[in-house]
Design a protein around this ligand. Structure first.
Ligand SMILES: Cc1ncc(COP(=O)(O)O)c(C=O)c1O
Length: 369
């Protein structure tokens, strides 16, 4: 009773997948992004259900994530978008997991490690077209990529990049990245003498930039039911995850009663304060102190006082009828009331991604079909 849990609706996930697939069309692959434990939803279950629904590619950030996912989606391809170490070459080949190469130094090291084991390592080339994060920059591409193409133990199968900004009001920024990507891709294909599997778009570019679809899109946040924005009517995605807990104490307090550290909130009239066993340790951000709401009995109730490590306090109003053991919704729906991650994100000055991925992995995930 002291711990919150996360409900993951795999039926909603399957519905979202179908909507996204229909919008994408049959030509390009939809590659779900399952990094950060599938944005907190559970990579294994999300991967398994996605594969049952026809998905053939997955994306993770780290090799460890890919290795954990692999048994659940055997037969599917997994692409690791982080930097893998040369010592992992045999594992990558044995497990059929594809890394990206991010610099000449990285490529040379992977090439040497593959050669030392008599292996040829399939890779995708990551181009930095303006993100300034990972990959070969457009400035160095002309000089460096021909040398990379000549490395005998790397089997360059794909080319990818990532948009730094997709802004319909400023299309030139994404357009510039797109042009750089096309140039880098053409250079690679010319040197290799074959067509490469190209992918650049994540959720936002998928929605706003049809020219960026190429052979595949790497979709994260849309799959989990967020980020459709103005496209929501055409693409009625549903949030997949709800976060719930139970009341562990209720006290009726008089007016001018201080609640939480430093009494940052005081009652203005007699009221019921419900205490709930979760806090910032569980991923309920401290920035929600005196700002957030939860749902109890289908009614929005304000979080009052500071969010502490393991407990939060909620103002339920006088004679609330709220009792120990009553269900509390932190994210999700109760009767006609709803609270979703983008609301909490707005209150905290962050994005839904952070709200979802901060939900602590130690909390039980319950899967609903
Ligand atoms: C390289 C890369 N591709 C794809 C994605 C998926 O992004 P989104 O969740 O916006 O679809 C991310 C997310 O951070 C990423 O870093």
């Amino acid at each position: 009773m002291n711990h919150s849990w996360v409900e993951v609706d795999l039926g909603a996930l399957a519905d979202n997948l179908l909507l996204l697939r229909q919008r994408l069309g049959a030509e390009a692959e939809l590659m779900p992004v399952l990094k950060a434990n599938a944005y907190g939803h559970g990579a294994i279950e999300v991967g398994r259900r996605s594969q049952q629904n026809g998905i053939r590619w997955f994306v993770t950030a780290h090799l460890q994530e890919a290795l954990g996912l692999k048994p659940a989606v055997d037969g599917a391809k997994i692409l690791v978008m982080g930097v893998v170490a040369p010592s992992e070459v045999t594992t990558l080949v044995a497990q059929d997991i594809i890394p990206i190469i991010t610099s000449e130094e990285h490529a040379v090291a992977l090439n040497a490690a593959a050669g030392a084991h008599g292996l040829r390592l399939p890779v995708h080339v990551k181009l930095d077209t303006g993100m300034g994060r990972l990959g070969f920059t457009w400035l160095e591409a002309g000089a460096v990529l021909p040398r990379v193409c000549a490395l005998p133990n790397l089997d360059i199968q794909g080319v990818c990049s990532h948009f730094a900004a997709v802004d319909p009001d400023d299309p030139a920024r994404a357009g510039t990245q797109l042009d750089r990507f096309q140039d880098g891709r053409a250079l690679l294909e010319q040197h290799l003498g074959r067509r490469l599997f190209a992918h650049m778009s994540a959720s936002r570019a998928f929605l706003h930039l049809p020219a960026g679809l190429f052979d595949a899109v790497r979709i994260g946040i849309l799959l989990y039911g967020y980020g459709a924005g103005a496209f929501q009517d055409a693409l009625p995605l549903r949030p997949v995850l709800q976060w719930k807990t139970r009341v562990i104490q209720v006290k009726s307090v008089p007016a001018d009663f201080p609640v939480g550290y430093y009494g940052s909130w005081r009652s203005t009239q007699p009221t019921d304060i419900a205490t709930i066993a979760l806090g910032y340790d569980d991923g309920y951000l401290r920035a929600l102190s005196n700002k957030g709401h939860v749902l109890i009995h289908g009614v929005r109730r304000p979080v009052v006082g500071r969010v502490s490590m393991n407990w939060i306090t909620v103002d339920c109003g006088a004679d609330s009828g709220v009792r120990v053991g009553d269900e509390v919704v932190l994210l999700g729906r109760q009767a006609d009331a709803e609270i979703w991650a983008d609301e909490l994100a707005g209150l905290c000055g962050t994005i839904a991604y952070e709200i979802l991925t901060c939900i602590h992995p130690h909390l039980e995930r319950r899967y609903i079909s």
